[in-house]
Design a protein around this ligand. Sequence first.
Ligand code: PGA
Ligand code: MG
Length: 224
Amino acid sequence: MPPLAVFDLDGTLVDTAPDLSASLDHCLAQDGLPPMPLDLVRPHAGHGARAMLRAAYHHFSRPIDAEGVEAHLPVFLSFYEAHIADVSRPFPGVVAAMDRLEGAGWRLAVCTNKTERLARKLLEELKLVPRFAAICGADTFPAMKPDPRHLGGTIERAGGSAEKTIMIGDTLTDVAAARALSIPSILVDFGYAPDEAARAGASCVIGHYDELTIDLAMELFKDR
Ligand SMILES: O=C(O)COP(=O)(O)O
Ligand SMILES: [Mg+2]
């Protein structure tokens, strides 16, 4: 069975924050609010549209309840779907890192808390779909990350095994899912929420995909 590298999507594989931020601004404008600065959106960009809406209304000291958030969601998501790859691009060096892994016989997969449909649309527009043995979203299985069933289901669909899998992610959500299955994890510290708990829980932290070599990936299996 070939080794498998499972990538998180937002903040790990693709820098999606600018298009997510534009969708948020579209919602804010409907309420007469100004755009939210991108650097304030980024820490929330990996936690879904609801988290971004809550953070923005909090930032502008505008109370918003759960119902208010739900009311904005369709507006956010339809704008986002139409603009999903306007400026979102793979992070520097990730395509070369995937080439290295594939060249060494690794399989690749995506395990994201985006819905599967949006994840596929984004990856299709970036012409990355054929690289992945599985693309599994928040709604692919009955549970999503950090629930290990999401990562476990992704591995199964990709034809891999937990013993020969590594997880690459940018938040504690990814690291926790990996740990629950005793899978080594790489935290990318250029992502959206590489907090202390995520750093402490990850098997290693990288600051650029150039550091994701086959030697590093193989080394991770040794401390499993
Ligand atoms: O959209 C989200 O909630 C987060 O997506 P991710 O799991 O790809 O970071
Ligand atoms: Mg992420």
